[in-house]
Design a protein around this ligand. Structure first.
Ligand code: URC
Length: 321
């Protein structure tokens, strides 16, 4: 049977790179997991084993570390953009580079908390905390994916594992009931989810690093998108997780110029009110209830929200990697 080679890509995955920047005695940290996937003129290595076009994956790993030292890490998006540009422009055979980045956030250890707890009085903020001691932030993982083919850029930012909960202002009723429906309608339930989101930046006018000719502040852009999705989660009186998801996406698109598309994957982390009647106890939401937090199965709600007229380009399974 004749065969032909289909889509292929290669590179070093999950390069863990930590960059410390020293600002006098004050240190800054960026902690990334970077995956490189290259494709292009790679028929020969698959068909005949000729490595003449193959930049070793080991070299792609070294490039990640060297770039962190030489150029620093200003943001996942900036770092990914610099790497993608490098691989495509320096190697004839490489036509497309896809750089995936996860970022783990750290914050400074708060030494004033122990003083307050032990009644020793506060150091009143003074120098803003220790200069080189960090505690891992327990919230979400930030993500980015940068793809460059020598002509067009695609820059996706995102987050995963942002766990949120509303203890009221959530209902679920009025749904279809068939022979298999047992779910009681609920007019005061907990709504909880782990948000995974991916949003796409408009790169139509530029090279991705600076679509408007200036330098884009990716950290500010990220903080803004996250803040708007959290605010929509908190402020939406929810009739379903689907409705809440849409409000979160719409708020990001409305308030973040340059973001045209956002996709979410959100498990409905069910909290069931426990039946305490056998113990002679009522357990109504209005009185402050006790819930069983189930971990599976879970409803899985996924959708894309687009600026009107924008093309959907975030792959459907992008939020399930
Ligand atoms: O917000 C919800 N959306 C659903 O589609 C659904 N289905 C279900 O059983 N519970 C819920 N909750």
């Amino acid at each position: 049977m004749p065969t032909i080679l289909g889509q292929n890509q290669y590179g070093k995955a999950e390069n863990r790179v930590v960059k410390i920047t020293r600002d006098g005695a004050v240190h800054h940290i960026r902690d990334l997991n970077v995956s490189v996937a290259l494709s292009g003129d790679m028929d020969d290595v698959h068909y005949s084993g000729s490595n003449a076009h193959v930049l070793p994956t080991d070299t792609t790993k070294n490039t990640v570390y060297a770039f962190a030292k030489q150029h620093g890490i200003a943001s996942p998006e900036q770092f990914g953009t610099a790497l993608a540009r490098h691989f495509v422009t320096s190697q004839e055979a490489i036509r497309r580079a896809r750089i995936r980045v996860e970022e783990y956030a750290w914050e400074r250890v708060d030494t004033t908390a122990s003083e307050a707890a032990s009644g020793a009085g506060s150091a009143s903020g003074g120098d803003g905390g220790p200069r080189h001691s960090f505690v891992r932030k327990g919230q979400e993982t930030r993500t980015a994916q940068i793809t460059y083919d020598g002509d067009r850029w695609e820059i996706l930012s995102g987050l995963t594992g942002l766990t949120v909960l509303n203890s009221t202002d959530s209902e679920f009723s009025g749904y279809v009931k068939d022979a298999y429906t047992t779910l009681p309608e609920d007019h005061d339930r907990i709504l909880a989810t782990d948000v995974t989101a991916v949003w796409r930046h408009d790169t139509a006018d530029g090279d991705g690093t600076a679509p408007d000719g200036g330098v884009r502040d990716w950290d500010e852009s990220y903080a803004r998108a996250k803040a708007h999705m959290l605010r929509a989660f908190a402020e939406t009186y929810s009739l379903s997780l689907q409705q809440t998801l849409y409000q979160m996406g719409a708020r990001v698109i409305d308030h973040c110029a340059g973001i045209d598309e956002i996709r979410f994957s959100m498990p409905n982390k069910h909290h069931f009110r426990v039946d305490l009647a056998p113990f002679g106890l009522t357990n109504d939401a209005a009185d402050g209830a006790v819930y069983y937090a189930a971990d599976r199965p879970y409803g899985l709600i996924e959708a894309t929200v687009l600026r009107d007229g924008a093309e959907p380009r975030i792959p459907v399974d992008m939020t399930n990697l």
